[in-house]
Design a binder for this molecule. Structure first.
Ligand SMILES: Nc1nc2c(ncn2[C@@H]2O[C@H](COP(=O)(O)OP(=O)(O)OP(=O)(O)O)[C@@H](O)[C@H]2O)c(=O)[nH]1
Ligand SMILES: [Mg+2]
Length: 315
């Protein structure tokens, strides 16, 4: 597999408050970079937590070391590589000052050709199950997955959309409001990779590119090996670069990389949500602060009307 750069879509420059660092090169082969979160199973559900914050220790390194190990890491596709949450996010988590983030659902939309394995990928993650038989998704379906990240509850609403043409108009009605877009293709079918451009374009028609994380995910990794796999991945990494997407390859059948992939999705969107919330609250506070200043000067808001802001100064 490979992790490659996520884009938090704006331009390629991370927003000022973005936690995601661009890393010029990956860790040495076999040396796992300390992951920012760790995974726990809780009643069959995936949970992720960052504990303790900022301390480079993981009790469950396997998935992350796979995705970051040198043999899979592809720096040419990597726009950003995350190894720590943004300082403001860590601090907010420690102070339990994450606002409404724990109450909201972050929307993840999975798109791609029929039969590429979108439903299977989601089921592997959410239910730890795999079905060999194909049952086409009709329209859309969704799963809600709850996490705990750094002690903060966090939920992803994962939308599974139909790849069949006849259901496309139903499915596309659900693209709007996505925080994460996952474009999936079958590693053993080059056509499905070529089609991901169109799938992404369709999803972005309903979403501001600057507000989404985009992933390109090659499925059915178990079907390929050796040179064929390398070739397929090289092409995918190339396209991921163009899309400014982060590339992963997974197998719903064996479970390879599935947990690590969704953990990354959760971590990135969690961090983004917390930063957004902090920004929103600090600008709201600024506005309230202005009002307080007016009152502190000893006059009612009404009496200030008609007086310019300059008249509120201390002199
Ligand atoms: N070998 C292998 N087969 C897989 C894998 N993932 C899915 N499949 C098989 O591929 C077929 C299609 O999988 P689905 O998950 O239903 O595909 P989909 O993308 O949801 O299809 P639509 O709902 O029609 O868009 C099924 O027969 C799955 O068992 C995988 O990782 N490895
Ligand atoms: Mg499906």
């Amino acid at each position: 597999m490979a992790t490659a750069g996520a884009r938090s879509a704006p331009s390629q420059t991370p927003p000022p408050t973005s936690a995601i660092r661009q890393t010029p090169a990956g860790p040495a082969p076999g040396r796992a970079e300390p992951p920012p979160w760790q995974l726990q199973r809780d009643s069959g559900r995936m949970r992720s937590s960052l504990a303790p914050l900022g301390v480079p220790v993981s009790r469950d390194r396997d998935d992350v070391s796979v995705c970051l190990s040198g043999s899979w890491y592809t720096p040419e596709a990597c726009l950003q590589l995350k190894d720590h949450f943004h300082g403001q996010v860590s601090a907010a988590c420690q102070r339990r000052n994450t606002g409404t983030v724990g109450l909201r659902l972050s929307k993840v939309v999975v798109v791609g050709d029929l039969y590429v394995g979108k439903t299977s990928l989601i089921h592997r993650f959410c239910k730890n199950a795999f079905d060999r038989d194909y049952k086409a998704t009709i329209g859309v379906d969704f799963e809600i997955e709850r996490f705990e990240i750094a002690g903060v509850p966090y939920s992803l609403q994962i939308w599974d959309t139909a790849g069949q043409e006849k259901f496309k108009c139903i499915a596309s009605a659900y693209y709007r409001g996505a925080q994460v877009i996952i474009t999936a293709f079958d590693l053993s079918d080059a056509q499905t990779l070529a089609h991901t451009r169109q799938w992404l374009a369709d999803a972005l028609r309903e979403n501001a590119a600057t507000s989404c994380f985009i992933f390109l995910v090659g499925t059915k990794k178990d079907l390929l090996s050796g040179a064929a796999c390398e070739q397929a991945e090289a092409e995918a990494v190339h396209l991921a670069n163009e899309m400014q997407a982060e590339y992963w390859s997974v197998s719903a059948k064996t479970g390879e990389n599935v947990k690590a992939f969704f953990s990354r999705v959760a971590a990135l969107s969690f961090e983004h949500s917390v930063l957004q919330d902090l920004e929103r609250r600090s600008s709201a506070q600024l506005q309230v602060g202005d009002g307080d200043l007016v009152r502190m000067k000893g006059s009612s808001p009404e009496s200030q009307e008609g007086r310019g802001l300059s008249s509120l100064g201390c002199c």
